[in-house]
Design a protein around this ligand. Structure first.
Ligand code: BGP
Length: 475
C-alpha cells in the first residue's frame, strides 16, 4: 500500500503540470455527466466572448492515457487535475453517477501506474448547473452540498490519492464572477457578493478538510490560492491603509481562514470600508478553526501592485482580448486603493506583468506570515499566441525563458528555508482558457484543435524534462 510519507522520502520535490476538468476533459454530456454552469453559460450566453466552449476541449476524457504517457515520458512525477462535480453528482446533490467515479478511478490508477502522483482539486470553477440556479456560492446551503460531494470523493479515491485541494483560487474565482463579470453569472463590481462568495467558499473548504481529517485517511489536503503578496508603489502616501485593505482584498480573506483557521482581525473594518456586510452563523468560527489546511497551493503568475485610491469612480480593467486590446489588468476602488502601473515592468499580450522575481517575494512573505508546513506552486506558466511549424512543433522560447526565471527564484526561496516542495507548470497541455478560449496557449504539449487534436510536445516540454533531470541529479 502506498503511503503519503513515501512521496517525499526519495525525492524532496514534486515536478509536474496542471489541468482542470472543464478546461481539458470535454465529453460534456457523456456517461450521465450533469450539466455544468460553464456548459450552460457557453452554450447560451451572449456574454460568452470566446464563442467557443469546453464540449471537446483537449479530450482528456477519452485520451487521458496518451496525456499521462507523455507527462511520464517528460520525467514528471506528479499530475494536478480536478474532478468535475457534475460528473460525480449530476445535479450537485443526490444520486451518485457511478460512471463518473469509474472515470476518475481509471485516471488515478493509470497516473499511479506511470509514477505520477495525483494531486486532485475538488473544485476548479465548474459548478453543477442545478446549484448555480439555486444561488451558487451565495446560497449558504452550498457549504453542506460541497461537504457531501467532497466526502464521496474521499471515500472513493482517498485510498490512493494522497494530495488533495478543496478549492482552486477562491479569491480570483469570486473576483471574476462578481467584480470583473467575465465568469458566469457575470456580476459586475458587486463587492458584497465578492466577499460573501469567498467566505462561503472558505467555510465549505473548512468543512471538507474536517471531514477528510475525521476519516483518518493517509494524505494531505490544502487550499489553492492565487498570488500571495501585495506591493506598494513608491508614490503611495497612505501606505498603512492601502496595505491593510489591499492585502485583505487579495490575500488575507483566504489565507487566514485556510492556514490559521480564522478570519483576519481586520475583517469588519475592511468590510465597512466597502459598505458591505458578511453574513455569518454562530458556529462558523468553530468550523473554520476545525478545518485548517495541511498545505498551501499557490498559483503564482504575478503580484498585486497598488497605490492610493482616488476620487475616481470604481472601475475594473481587464483584458480578455489579448493583443486586440491595449487594456492592462487592474482595478481602481473609489477612495480605497488602485492598481499601480510600473512602466519598467514588461507585460504580456493580455496586459499582465511578467515579473518572475515575485515567485521569491510571494513565497517568502507567505512563509513568514502564515508559516505553512508545506507549500506547492500549483500553477505558474506563460500564456500566449503560438504558431506551430509544419510538423506541429512549437518553439516556445518565451515560455522557457520565463519559466527558467520563475524557477530560479523558487529554488532561491527554497534554499533560504521556505518549505516549498512542489511545482506544477500551467498547463500540461493546451486547453480551454476561461476567458480566451483556445487562442491563448499555456501547454507544454501542443494540441492541434483544428486537426483531430494531434499532440506534439513543445520545446518547453523537453526543456522541463531536462530541468527535472538536472534537479534530481544535483547538477
Ligand atoms: C488560473 C486558473 C486556471 C487557468 C489560469 C490561466 O487562474 O486556475 O484555470 O485558466 O489561471 O488563466 P487564463 O486562462 O485566464 O489566462
Amino acid at each position: 500500500m502506498r503511503k503519503f510519507a513515501d512521496i517525499f522520502k526519495d525525492k524532496d520535490f514534486l515536478w509536474g503540470a496542471g489541468t482542470a476538468a472543464y478546461q481539458c476533459e470535454g465529453a460534456w454530456n457523456e456517461d450521465q455527466k450533469g450539466l455544468g454552469e460553464w456548459d450552460y453559460f457557453n452554450h447560451n450566453s451572449k456574454l460568452n466572448i470566446n464563442h467557443t466552449d469546453g464540449d471537446v476541449a483537449s479530450d482528456f476524457y477519452h485520451r487521458y492515457r496518451e496525456y499521462i504517457d507523455l507527462l511520464a515520458e517528460g520525467h514528471q512525477n506528479t499530475i494536478r487535475f480536478s474532478i468535475s462535480w457534475a460528473r460525480i453528482l449530476p445535479k450537485g446533490t443526490g444520486q451518485v453517477n457511478q460512471k463518473g467515479i469509474d472515470f476518475y478511478n481509471r485516471v488515478i490508477d493509470y497516473a499511479i501506474e506511470k509514477n505520477l502522483e495525483p494531486n486532485i482539486s475538488l473544485f476548479h470553477y465548474d459548478l453543477p448547473y442545478e446549484l448555480a440556479v439555486d444561488g451558487g456560492w451565495l446560497n449558504r446551503k452550498i457549504v453542506d452540498y460541497f461537504a457531501n460531494y467532497a466526502k464521496i470523493c474521499f471515500e472513493n479515491f482517498g485510498d490512493r490519492v494522497k494530495i488533495w485541494a478543496t478549492i482552486n483560487e477562491p479569491r480570483y474565482y469570486s473576483y471574476c464572477v462578481n467584480v470583473v463579470g467575465n465568469y458566469p453569472p457575470n456580476r459586475h463590481l458587486d463587492f458584497q457578493s465578492y466577499f460573501q462568495y469567498q467566505y462561503n467558499l472558505m467555510l465549505a473548504s473548512a468543512k471538507a478538510i474536517k471531514i477528510y481529517h475525521d476519516l483518518g485517511l493517509d494524505g494531505i489536503i490544502g487550499v489553492v490560492h492565487d498570488n500571495g503578496n501585495v506591493e506598494l508603489a513608491p508614490e503611495t502616501k497612505n501606505k498603512k491603509n492601502v496595505q491593510l485593505i489591499g492585502d485583505f482584498f487579495y490575500n488575507r480573506q483566504i489565507l487566514c481562514p485556510a492556514l490559521l483557521g480564522k478570519m483576519p482581525e481586520e475583517t469588519d473594518e475592511v468590510l465597512a470600508a466597502f459598505n458591505c456586510l458578511l453574513y455569518r452563523e454562530k458556529d462558523d468560527k468553530e468550523l473554520l478553526a476545525a478545518g485548517k489546511a495541511d498545505y498551501l497551493g499557490l498559483n503564482l503568475y504575478n503580484r498585486q501592485y497598488l497605490t492610493d485610491g482616488t476620487k475616481d469612480v470604481t472601475k475594473v480593467f481587464h483584458n480578455n482580448q489579448g493583443s486586440r486590446s491595449k487594456a492592462k489588468e487592474g482595478i481602481q476602488i473609489h477612495n480605497l486603493f488602485k492598481s499601480a502601473f510600473d512602466p519598467k515592468v514588461k507585460r504580456n499580450q493580455w496586459g499582465r506583468e511578467e515579473l518572475p522575481r515575485v515567485m521569491y517575494t510571494a513565497l517568502c512573505e507567505v512563509q513568514r506570515k502564515y508559516q505553512p508546513k508545506l507549500i506547492m506552486i500549483t500553477e505558474n506558466g506563460h500564456g500566449g499566441y503560438e504558431q506551430a511549424d509544419e510538423t506541429g512543433f512549437v518553439n516556445d522560447e518565451q515560455r522557457i525563458k520565463l519559466t527558467a526565471e520563475f524557477l530560479k527564484y523558487l529554488l532561491k526561496a527554497k534554499s533560504e528555508g521556505v518549505k516549498v516542495h512542489g511545482y506544477y507548470h500551467w498547463s500540461a497541455m493546451d486547453l480551454y482558457s476561461w476567458i480566451n478560449g483556445y487562442e491563448k496557449r499555456y501547454g507544454l504539449i501542443r494540441v492541434d484543435f483544428a486537426h483531430q487534436l494531434a499532440l506534439t510536445p513543445k520545446k518547453s516540454y523537453y526543456w522541463y524534462r531536462d530541468f527535472i533531470d538536472q534537479y534530481f541529479s544535483g547538477s
